[in-house]
Write a protein that binds this ligand. Structure first.
Ligand code: XMP
Length: 327
């Protein structure tokens, strides 16, 4: 049976040799727990679910079915990367669900941030449940629960059920192979499993994705402006060696316009807001001191390459008084 609690004496996994030992132990445990039954996993492409997928593929191969729901609120290149890494390179059973229109149609005209979050979370469960019902004979649900999730749920800080809220008729036993690991250990294990650095060292990304960075009612054109500007910011931070150093950095596009000039003509277009913060626990955060030359370069690229954008602003606000996200 899998271990449910992190043993007090367990050493922190920091080396690839320790990760390899953990992987071998997990393979034995997973095979013992699952036998010849089938396992289902919601694979977002985030660190935890990706590491769980890679571990399960090693342990039980095609007995695992991964479902990747593209809700249209992922960063540029993410759905493609999930398909490339898991279907093409690891030969996983991967169901890719293009639910972009379904999510964006439901979100159309919805301004309130909490209502947007509820729609995104609720629609995700609906889409995942529909896929699960199409499959025959699935006994287990794999989840990327990690040790801080358990600690925080014990202390009432958050409910940790990643795929929680599934309807009553979908009752699965849980497989949680990284349950006793801290986040940094999950990354070491992911690296040992051969996952790309861009997946293993990925910055935190909220469940509702770009949906909370396209402020107010989401429109497809403004969402594209968030996605494209975010890709430019990430590329420029990577080129400047800041990618692994800054804790979280992203762009926001508000739902108002200002006047500007392009090609000698007045244009009413959106601003892009840049945010780059450092923190230990996300409860408080400081603002990264980004070199002015880099900010200027990013501004130049965004205002010339992203459709509908004529200004770039840098958010200088620490948390508190700001939160990290804008809604
Ligand atoms: P705030 O904005 O509260 O963010 O300072 C703290 C951290 O939490 C992330 N965040 C979310 N993550 N669902 C998530 O999974 C959400 O609705 C959500 N809102 C904020 C945020 O990106 C930051 O890392």
């Amino acid at each position: 049976m899998p271990i449910l609690n992190r043993p007090e004496t367990m050493e922190r996994i920091t080396t690839s040799a320790q990760a390899e030992t953990f992987i071998q132990e997990q393979i034995v445990d997973i095979r013992a727990q699952v036998g010849d039954k089938k396992v289902l996993l919601a694979l977002s492409g985030g660190v935890d679910s990706s590491v769980v997928a890679a571990l399960l593929i090693r342990a039980i191969g095609k007995q695992l079915t991964c479902v990747h729901v593209n809700h249209g609120l992922l960063r540029k290149g993410e759905p493609e990367q999930v398909i490339r890494v898991f279907r093409d390179e690891m030969d996983a059973n991967l169901i890719y669900v293009d639910a972009v229109d379904r999510f964006l149609d439901k979100l159309a005209g919805v301004r309130d941030p909490e209502t947007k979050r509820k729609i995104i979370g609720g629609t995700f469960i609906d889409v995942f449940a529909e896929e699960a019902r199409k499959l025959e004979g699935v006994t287990f649900l794999a989840q990327g629960t990690i040790w801080p999730d358990i600690l925080e749920s014990e202390h009432g800080i958050k409910a940790h059920h990643n795929a929680g809220g599934l309807p009553e008729d979908l009752k699965f036993e849980l497989v949680e192979p990284v349950r006793i690991l801290f986040k940094d250990e999950v990354r070491v294990v992911g690296k040992a499993l051969g996952l790309p650095d861009s997946m293993v060292y990925r910055q935190p990304f909220p469940g509702p994705g770009l949906g909370v960075r396209c402020l107010g009612a989401i429109t497809r054109d403004r969402l594209e402006a968030v996605r494209e500007s975010d890709a430019i910011l990430r590329e420029e931070f990577a080129n400047a060696g800041l990618a692994g150093k800054v804790w979280q950095y992203f762009t926001i596009v508000p739902d108002f316009k200002s006047v500007g000039i392009k090609d000698g003509k007045r244009v009413d277009e959106w601003p892009v807001i840049l945010r780059a913060v450092n923190t230990r626990d996300a409860m408080t955060a400081t603002v990264e001191n980004v070199p002015f030359e880099l900010l200027s370069r990013i501004t130049d690229r965004i205002t010339h390459e992203v459709k509908g954008v004529n200004r770039v602003l840098y958010d200088l606000t620490p948390k508190p008084t700001g939160t990290i996200e804008w809604e």
